[in-house]
Design a protein around this ligand. Structure first.
Ligand SMILES: CC(C)(CO)C(=O)C(=O)O
Length: 418
């Protein structure tokens, strides 16, 4: 089987490296680059990716390379002439109808993508997926590896794959590894963390069936690949084969410490990570400081206290609304359960733990600001919290102010003279 990786920055490269090292050579790992210019940055055979860990450099090669531009360029040249006008196939034939154009487009289309690991920035993900949409279908699997995954997933469902029947399967990942790009295709794995992941339910199949198995004590029940699909006798085998294989690959990336969770547990991990990013990223980006400058600073702690306080109120309101909806549907009337890990104190402890652990890091948002990028992931961190706050009627002025401050920061040139 072929596994594609799009977004070959630090995390995409780290995952591609470990995939290539773990998988047997009969499986392909293709790096899907956005531009031909990126493809030209690495001319070595097999396209080696180097990972530096504790000063030791290891390399993996044998990747296939595809570029999105190459594909789109081919499509473009089939359909349009040099002056950008619709090509007439021959002087005798009438100009092509929209259907014919579509057929030509399909004929130059690359093979379908079965399994796609997406590690590009949150703000470019839905555009990238829209460009790749012709190659993705309901038998494909998409793994979302980026920060801000909850907001990214909602956006993709809303803007790209609107029809649930035709939608690929989705795997969400909460990644805690710290990595940075030393030079193209040379990544420093600075902080070993974990990969928590879960399958988004699709209402067709219970991927967590093993957890209901009464024949085993609750603590001994584990998620089982056979609940995704157990082979060719399954009428939905074609639909879920790529999902099963993708989950098997993720489980096998042992150096990245992966754990497959039920979706409710995964959402908990993602919400905690969301709050960490909503504290560390905007504060480091606005102040131009390292993560480690925050966790012991009294003013940073006071600001973080308000961010975490608002976040915990939002999560509590969300839990109440969900309990109400469940009771209204007559499904499981009962009390409201707010996971203790989403209360203010544990959230405060979590961002301080991560900031201490990644003390020497330059956060990804500060790095975007320093590169002069206009886009940052703020809409997927504090901006996502704000959207939840609006949905559940919670007042979140500190998160709202941070969104504005980060946007102000990126709209004014850094250190412009006064
Ligand atoms: C956890 C943290 C803040 C580490 O730098 C991060 O995820 C980021 O920089 O985006």
């Amino acid at each position: 089987m072929r596994f594609h990786v799009v977004g070959v920055g630090p995390i995409g490269s780290l995952v591609a490296f470990h995939m290539r090292r773990t998988l047997s050579p009969k499986h392909d790992v293709s790096l899907l680059l956005r531009t031909l210019a990126l493809a030209k940055q690495n001319r070595e055979p097999g396209w080696p990716i180097r990972i530096e860990y504790d000063g030791v450099i290891s390399s993996a090669s044998g990747f296939q390379i595809e570029t999105m531009e190459q594909y789109e360029d081919q499509v473009y040249r089939m359909v349009f002439n040099e002056s950008g006008k619709l090509r007439l196939p021959s002087s005798r034939r009438p100009s092509p109808t929209q259907d014919q154009v579509e057929m030509e487009r399909k004929s130059v289309q690359h093979e379908d993508i079965k399994s796609l690991f997406v590690a590009c920035k949150a703000y470019s993900t839905s555009n990238v997926l829209r460009r790749l949409q012709p190659r993705l279908n309901r038998n494909s699997t998409i793994v979302l590896l980026q920060n801000g995954g909850l907001g990214v997933y909602e956006e993709i469902i809303d803007r790209v794959f609107r029809n649930p029947e035709e939608r690929p399967s989705f795997v969400l990942v909460s990644n805690n590894h710290g990595a940075w790009l030393k030079s193209p295709y040379h990544i420093v794995h600075a902080g070993v963390g974990t990969l928590h992941f879960g399958i988004v339910p699709d209402g067709r199949r219970d991927f967590e069936r093993a957890l209901q198995d009464d024949s085993a004590p609750a603590h001994a029940r584990v998620l089982n690949l056979d609940d995704i699909t157990n082979g060719e006798d399954d009428p939905l085998y074609e639909r879920y084969q790529s999902l099963r294989n993708t989950v098997a690959v993720l489980k096998g990336l042992s150096d990245l410490q992966p754990t497959w969770h039920p979706i409710s547990t995964l959402q908990l991990h993602m919400r905690r990570k969301l709050v960490v990013n909503s504290v560390v990223n905007p504060l480091t980006a606005i102040m131009g400081c390292r993560n480690g400058d925050l966790f012991a600073n009294i003013n940073a702690i006071r600001l973080a206290d308000r961010i975490c306080g608002e976040a915990s109120q939002i999560f509590a309101a969300e839990a109440k609304a969900q309990a109400r909806a469940t009771a209204e549907n007559g499904l499981m009337p009962g009390g409201v359960y707010i996971p203790p890990a989403l209360r203010k104190k544990p959230l405060m402890e979590e961002w301080q733990r991560v900031a201490r652990l990644t003390a020497t890091n330059i956060s990804s948002m500060l790095s975007d600001v320093r590169k002069g990028k206009k886009d940052t992931e703020i809409d997927y961190f504090n901006g996502y919290l704000m959207r939840l706050a609006g949905r559940y009627g919670v007042f979140a002025p500190v998160n709202a102010s941070l969104v504005d401050l980060v946007k102000l920061r990126t709209s004014i040139p850094l250190d412009s003279p006064v």
